[in-house]
Design a protein around this ligand. Structure first.
Ligand SMILES: C[S@@+](CC[C@H](N)C(=O)[O-])C[C@H]1O[C@@H](n2cnc3c(N)ncnc32)[C@H](O)[C@@H]1O
Length: 199
């Protein structure tokens, strides 16, 4: 999975067209305008959070990094993703590390943002991610995929990259209240395509 995301980084920041491709690939009837409208709502909720000293885990190429309120750093396992992030508009330091073993002392940051990483992990790794977040920060904010009608809650997806390589990627899709209950948090926003949870 790490290798897949490192190679996929060449595609750059994940935009609305990637989201459209993702959801239509799962059989969801949706337009760019639908996704943009919801993404705008998500961004408004994120921007409305109190600024905090943060670490964003699973930052990838920086899809969300520029809109996270506060000062912080972006963390990912993928060197290629972090290089793209650094070349982009986000003015944050980056660290290449494992989100399940954060190189950060206890309670040194105020908030961990987990942007589309929680739902790609297996059960044990999800628990470790949450416990690492609690160790280093007071608050965990999760941005993840919603669950439009007809989309499975959990499954393996077959993917191919432009270089012809094939991959199996684990994905979950969430109803906001279910994810909030799972991590002991509250729903800040729950749409068809995005959920935002604070714990
Ligand atoms: C689905 S992508 C999300 C990227 C970006 N946040 C976004 O929303 O577009 C998941 C990211 O998590 C990273 N990742 C997965 N497991 C990780 C781990 N254990 N430690 C650090 N990064 C990890 C991958 O390299 C990838 O960049």
């Amino acid at each position: 999975m790490w290798d897949y995301y490192d190679r996929r980084a060449a595609q750059g920041i994940r935009g609305v067209n990637h989201a459209l491709e993702y959801w239509t690939g799962l059989g969801v009837e949706v337009t760019v305008a639908d996704i943009e409208a919801e993404s705008d709502q998500l961004v408004r909720h994120l921007r409305g959070l109190t600024p905090a000293r943060f670490v964003e885990v699973g930052a990838g190429p920086g899809t969300f990094t520029t809109i996270l309120p506060g000062r912080g750093m972006a963390l990912d396992q993928s060197d290629a993703s972090l290089r793209i992030l650094l070349a982009g508009p986000a003015q944050v330091p980056v660290v290449r590390a494992d989100a399940l073993s954060l190189p950060i002392r206890d309670q040194v940051v105020e908030r961990v943002y987990a942007t589309h990483i929680y739902g790609i992990l297996g059960e044990k790794d999800r628990r470790v991610l949450v416990s690492e977040a609690k160790r280093v920060a007071r608050q965990l904010v999760i941005v993840d995929a919603g669950r439009p009608a007809g989309v499975p809650a959990e499954h393996w997806q077959d993917r191919t990259l432009p270089d012809g390589s094939s991959w199996r990627i684990h994905r979950r899709h969430f109803e906001g209240p279910d994810l909030a209950a799972e991590v002991g948090g509250e729903v800040l926003f729950a749409g068809r395509f995005y959920v935002l949870i604070a714990a």
